[in-house]
Design a protein around this ligand. Structure first.
Ligand SMILES: [Mn+2]
Length: 327
C-alpha cells in the first residue's frame, strides 16, 4: 500500500495584530502571520501531500470580523478546491469553535465541530482521522472525549489522532518548561495504542515526542509542528514551520520539518533617562531592518516616548518591557 502524505500545521493565529481600525499607524505583524500561513500551505497547493491537518488556533481570537474569517478560511478552502482534503480542529483561541462556519463550507474542508472521526480514502488507503476540539481540564476529560470520536468503530488502514492540547513531556520557552501530568495535560499513558500518529497543536515549539517522562515509549509518535509565526518572545530562538509526515500502513511514520522564513526577533536592553533615545538608535542600528524588537528597560530613568521610538525604526516592530530582562 502507498504511504499517506500529510501536511500538518497549527497555531497560525490569523488576526494577530490586525486591528479593524488603526488608532496608531505603525508596522503591523498581521501580514507576517498571513504570509507564513499561506506559505505553509504551498506544498498542498502543489499537491505534494494527500491531506492537510490544521491542528487548531487557526485564528488568534474567538471573535473575528468577516475579513479576518476569510483570511483564515479562504486559504484552506483554496487547498480543498485543489482536491486535497483539509481537516481543521478548533483550538483554545477559537474557544473550541470555528467562527463564520459558512466560510468553511466546502465538501473537502472538514471541521471537527465536536469529537468525531472522518474516514477519507486517499490513494486507495482508508485513513481514519479522529479529532476533538480543544477541551478544558483534558487531564480529567480526555478518555471520555476520545471515546466520543468513535475512533474504534471505523475500519481503516491508517489511524491518526488530532488534538489541540498539552501532552506530558512537551517543552516550551527559554526556561524549558516541561508539561507534567495534571489537570490540563494528557499523560502519555492515556494515549491509546490504536493510532499510527498523534498530530497536535497548542504547543508553539516544534517537537516530536516518542517517550513519556518516565521514559516509557509512547504508542505512537506525537507530532507538534509548532506555530507558523512567533506569537511571543518566549519563541524568540525557535525556527517556525510545518511538518510533512508519511504514514505507510503497518510501518512507523517518517517526517520532515518544513521551515518557514519568519522575521527575526531581538531583545535589547536599554537604560532609561537622558540620552536613552540615542542609545536606542545605536542599538537598533545593529538589528536587522525587519526585526521584531523587545526593548528591555533598565534602571529608573524614563524611556523615550512610543512615537519617538517608532520614528527611529519604522520598518521594525518595537515593544517595551519593564524591569530587568524577564527571562
Ligand atoms: Mn496557539
Amino acid at each position: 500500500m502507498p504511504a499517506v502524505r500529510i501536511l500538518l500545521l497549527s497555531d497560525t493565529h490569523i488576526g494577530f495584530d490586525s486591528p479593524r481600525r488603526e488608532r496608531v499607524v505603525r508596522r503591523r505583524r498581521g501580514p507576517d502571520f498571513q504570509a507564513s500561513f499561506e506559505r505553509a500551505l504551498e506544498p498542498a497547493l502543489r499537491r505534494e501531500v494527500d491531506l492537510v491537518v490544521h491542528a487548531g488556533d487557526l485564528f488568534h481570537r474567538s471573535r473575528v470580523c468577516a475579513r479576518v474569517a476569510e483570511e483564515g478560511l479562504g486559504p484552506l478552502r483554496a487547498v480543498a478546491e485543489r482536491g486535497v482534503p483539509v481537516f481543521l480542529l478548533p483550538g483554545n483561541h477559537e474557544r473550541s469553535r470555528i467562527p463564520f462556519p459558512l466560510f468553511a463550507a466546502h465538501p473537502n474542508l472538514h471541521v471537527f465541530h465536536e469529537p468525531t472521526t472522518f474516514v477519507p480514502v486517499v490513494r486507495g488507503v482508508r485513513v481514519a482521522i479522529a479529532g476533538l476540539p480543544y477541551v478544558r481540564r483534558v487531564g480529567v476529560a480526555f478518555r471520555r472525549e476520545l471515546w466520543r470520536t468513535r475512533f474504534h468503530e471505523s475500519p481503516a488502514d491508517v489511524r491518526l489522532l488530532c488534538l489541540h492540547q498539552a501532552i506530558e513531556g512537551a517543552r516550551v520557552g527559554p526556561a524549558e518548561f516541561t508539561f507534567r501530568p495534571g489537570r490540563d495535560v494528557i499523560t502519555g499513558a492515556d494515549l491509546p495504542s490504536a493510532f499510527d500518529a498523534v498530530l497536535v497543536g497548542h504547543i508553539h515549539r516544534h517537537q516530536v515526542l516518542t517517550h513519556d517522562l518516565r521514559r516509557q515509549p509512547l504508542p505512537a509518535p506525537v507530532f507538534f509542528c509548532g506555530s507558523t509565526e512567533r506569537t511571543s518572545f518566549a519563541e524568540e530562538p525557535e525556527t517556525k514551520g510545518a511538518l510533512h509526515i508519511e504514514v505507510r500502513p503497518g510501518t512507523s511514520p517518517r517526517w520532515r520539518f518544513l521551515p518557514l522564513p519568519t522575521r527575526p526577533m531581538r531583545t535589547i536592553p536599554l537604560v532609561g533617562g537622558p540620552g536613552a533615545l540615542e542609545r536606542l538608535r545605536r542599538a537598533l542600528a545593529g538589528c536587522p531592518a525587519d526585526a521584531v524588537v523587545r526593548i528591555a528597560l533598565q534602571g529608573a530613568g524614563a524611556p523615550p516616548s512610543s512615537a519617538e521610538m517608532r520614528a527611529l525604526a519604522p520598518s521594525m516592530n518595537l515593544s517595551l518591557s519593564f524591569g530587568r530582562d524577564r527571562r
